[in-house]
Design a protein around this ligand. Structure first.
Ligand code: SF4
Ligand code: SF4
Ligand code: FES
Length: 331
């Protein structure tokens, strides 16, 4: 078996790296270079790039350090999907013509070739104060702050985040609205919100709400996290905690979640008219006037949802699910 894997490693391949090239200091527009390397086909995209840099063109620029999916530096777009180059074997992504397209991460400004400006990502992370803020600061640092294994379990996965920004690059909401905190920052906020040693839970929830937590569209694109942090799940957890702690409840995001829950629990269906009113705010005349033209257009095309919905025949079963899941409702 060991001999088989050794032979497999020795299968050499000619791989053409189709690389995005750009230098913000000198180039007005980017171009592409195709560089062919002779490497074992199971080698990683990062090692193929290293080979190209060492043997063919020393000016190819990219970030890397550990080669072991630990430092988070080598995130890039590989055939249109962002991931860690050191964790991506060439033979899993090679196209039928033997080439691999390599581009900088989307949602970032390119600096040089595959190196991007990471500032917006780090700014959003820093805003969260990503360090423990206990309510009883012990300036002498003499007291041990203990956490039970059960409490620690919640933090282990998210503590594996290597800040590679893969999730941020994959997020369609970041690409249309750069004010959105993004999946990594929210997952890291969760790491401190759920830490029993931290004393700033409400302040942290308030901050992440200010950073547009509720803009997440739950598309699950960020589930492709190379370290299994599952940021999309952490976003759901933070939203749930926001509602449980009643932080900024009277804002469109939480109002939307609560009114959706309420109408489904009452009728077994989504009462869209009520959801729009509930999200905008029943007494928010300015906001309601803003959505009125949409309602009129829908009405003119016969697409206005019914104002009153009769509960579906087995609505009790739906309510039982809500109770079992302990879904928070409007009080
Ligand atoms: S959550 Fe995952 S994909 Fe996002 S920065 Fe952390 S390790 Fe990378
Ligand atoms: S689930 Fe939310 S945070 Fe994740 S990629 Fe989609 S919109 Fe972005
Ligand atoms: S080089 Fe460190 S994560 Fe890829």
């Amino acid at each position: 078996m060991a001999a088989d894997s050794e032979n497999l490693l020795k299968i050499m391949a000619k791989i053409t790296l189709d690389i995005f090239r750009y230098d913000e200091q000198t180039d007005e527009v980017p171009h592409r270079d195709r560089v062919t390397v002779d490497v074992p086909e199971t080698t990683t995209v990062l090692d193929a790039l290293e080979n190209a840099k060492a043997e063919i063109d020393g000016s190819i620029s990219f970030r890397r350090s550990c080669r072991s999916a630990i430092c988070g530096s080598c995130s890039m777009n590989i055939n249109g999907v962002t991931g860690l180059a050191c964790k991506t074997p060439c033979n899993t992504v090679m196209r039928s013509d033997g080439s691999i397209a390599i581009d900088p991460m989307p949602n970032f400004q390119p600096m040089k070739d595959l190196v991007v400006h990471m500032d917006p990502f780090w700014d959003k992370y820093t805003r969260l104060k990503p360090y423990l803020q206990p309510s009883d600061p012990d300036d002498s640092h003499e007291t041990e702050r203990r956490v039970s294994p059960d409490d620690m379990k919640k933090l282990v996965d998210v503590a594996n985040c290597v800040m590679c920004a893969t999730c941020y690059a994959l997020c369609p909401v970041v690409s249309v609205d750069p004010s959105f905190a993004g999946p990594a920052a929210i997952a890291y906020a969760y790491r401190f919100i759920e830490d029993v040693r931290d004393g700033q839970t409400k302040e942290r929830l308030g901050q992440i709400n200010d950073d547009y937590l509720w803009l997440c569209a739950h598309c699950y694109a960020c589930s492709y996290c190379p370290k299994h942090v599952e940021p999309h799940e952490r976003i759901i957890n933070v939203k749930q905690r926001t509602i449980r702690e009643r932080v900024d409840l009277d804002t469109p995001g939480p109002r939307h979640a609560l009114v959706v829950n309420k109408t489904i629990k009452q009728t077994g269906m989504l009462a869209e008219t009520e959801v729009i009113q509930g999200t905008v705010g029943r007494f928010n005349i300015k906001g309601l006037l803003k959505v009125a033209p949409l309602g009129l257009r829908m009405a003119s095309r016969g697409k206005l949802p019914p104002v009153f919905l009769k509960p579906i025949p087995k609505v009790d079963e739906v309510r039982t699910i809500f109770e079992a899941l302990e879904v928070p409702t409007l009080s």
